[in-house]
Design a binder for this molecule. Structure first.
Ligand code: HEC
Length: 212
């Protein structure tokens, strides 16, 4: 009995000691944030994007690009020597036929690349023959007829209009701006136009045939 009591006191004493140690540890931890191994990563020397910046009169750290500069990966419209950036509000400009394919030269390799991309991204709806009979449409799971590029309305469609529709989407067709770079979109359009050029060379008869 006596021994048991002593054991109990020892136990109580030990746990009280551990508790105070634990509490002390927590307390100490709260005051001491520890070591920072890479202070440059915690406290940026550069201005943060949205931080106030006293260097500029408008106090904005995020700056707009210098007018006339072309971001990397964007094409320059060779015909106008302007950065090629077709905003959504510029649909009239695209449709007017002023927007031309800015690729400086269209070689066989350009067209082959355009065809490769077309078969990956577009043929599921538009068909590898560009006749709007892609497997998705033929399966009956896609509710509207994708454009048949052999029809006169598409044979005569300005390439700027095509670029615009591929960039922003058209009705049930989504935008391809995130899948294809500007260059790739123009390569695909160059390919479509090259196939259409063969139709046009054959004359109106073939378009009448393709129509039905
Ligand atoms: C999911 C099916 C689908 C895919 C994939 C698709 N399209 Fe279309 N596309 C359509 C449909 C449907 C239309 C008809 C839109 C309308 O006029 O209502 C269309 C229309 C078009 C037009 C005519 C646009 C206009 O202004 O009338 C072009 C050009 C075109 N597509 C190009 C492409 C290209 C290039 C690709 C691949 C990068 C592509 N499409 C992928 C369904 C698709």
């Amino acid at each position: 009995m006596f021994l048991n009591m002593r054991k109990q006191y020892v136990l109580i004493g030990l746990s009280a000691g551990m508790l105070s140690l634990a509490l002390f540890a927590c307390h100490a931890g709260r005051n001491n944030p520890g070591r920072i191994y890479a202070p440059d990563m915690y406290y940026s020397r550069a201005y943060n994007s949205y931080s106030v910046n006293l260097v500029y009169a408008d106090s904005m750290s995020s700056r707009l690009p210098v007018p006339g500069t072309v971001p990397r990966g964007h094409t320059v419209n060779a015909h106008e020597l302007l950065p090629f950036n077709l905003p959504q509000s510029d649909s009239a400009y695209a449709v007017s036929g002023q927007v031309k394919n800015p690729l400086p030269v269209i070689t066989q390799a350009t067209l082959e690349e355009g065809q490769r991309l077309f078969n990956i991204y577009c043929a599921i709806c538009h068909g590898e023959q560009l006749d709007g009979q892609g497997p998705l449409y033929k399966s009956g799971k896609f509710p509207v007829q994708p454009a048949n590029f052999h029809l006169p309305q598409y044979l005569n469609m300005p390439e700027g209009t095509m670029f615009y529709s591929v960039t922003y989407g058209k009705n049930l067709m989504g935008s391809y701006a995130s899948q294809l770079s500007e260059r790739q979109r123009w390569e695909v359009i160059a390919y479509i136009k090259s196939v259409q050029a063969k139709d046009l060379a054959k004359g109106t008869d073939s378009t009448a045939v393709a129509k039905k």
